[in-house]
Design a protein. Structure first.
Length: 219
């Protein structure tokens, strides 16, 4: 079966996305057929293809190694039935990833045929379940745009500033206690202005953080 390709909206400004932290797998048996679901975070199509090849080598004696992946870069989505009847394997695996809202992810659904035919409906359910248990075995990350700042201030302000930090989706990356307190931190995009306003009011404008860059982080 030929791969399916679909393009997302590349012009949409992205402020958050869902993916997984690291590799995970799970398996089950359906009418004597063994199904193994393996899932891996992937940033590029090369990452996904490398993972697919790795699993094909690991499960070289399997009847099928079905796959699906979704990438943020270009909104690329691909799936393959790997010899199963068209639409009964790769598409159901991909559907699960879409329903879960996941991206930068690749799932391999490996099948060892047990001698009992499942029928088209049975295959769709089995491959959907394989994808779902693989995803459920992984740790989900809800990543949002975060802005990185650096600030410095006098020691008397440290107690006040430390007190308000837990009230915001914020992560302190580094602290240095020299002549001044120097702090580097990430704050989630949707709470950035509120935090900066609170900081200004709390310090009477004495502390003005320096904006450095932005990244995606699970805050």
């Amino acid at each position: 079966m030929a791969d399916h390709k679909r393009k997302g909206d590349e012009n949409r400004m992205e402020t958050s996305y869902r993916t997984i932290r690291e590799y995970a797998e799970d398996e089950f048996v359906e009418r004597k057929s063994r199904f193994i679901g393996s899932v891996q975070p992937c940033k590029t199509e090369e990452d996904a293809l490398r993972f697919i090849e790795q699993k094909r080598k690991q499960y070289w004696d399997a009847t099928h190694n079905v796959y699906a992946y979704i990438l943020r870069n270009g909104g690329l989505k691909r799936c393959s039935d790997d010899g199963e009847p068209q639409g009964t394997a790769g598409r159901p695996v991909l559907d699960v990833l879409e329903k879960e809202g996941l991206t930068d992810i690749c799932v391999i659904a490996t099948r060892y045929f047990g001698g009992i035919m499942l029928g088209a409906g049975g295959l769709v359910r089995a491959y959907s379940h394989t994808s779902k248990i693989a995803v459920d075995a992984a740790e989900i990350l809800n990543l949002s745009v975060c802005y990185r700042y650096r600030m410095s201030f006098e020691y008397p302000l440290y107690g006040k500033i430390s007190y308000i930090l837990p009230n915001y989706p914020l992560k302190v990356l580094d602290s240095d206690f020299g002549e001044l307190v120097r702090m580097e931190f990430l704050v989630r995009y949707d709470r950035r202005e509120a935090f900066l306003k609170a900081l200004t009011e709390l310090t009477n404008g004495q502390v003005v953080p320096e904006a450095l860059d932005s990244c995606f982080e699970d805050l």
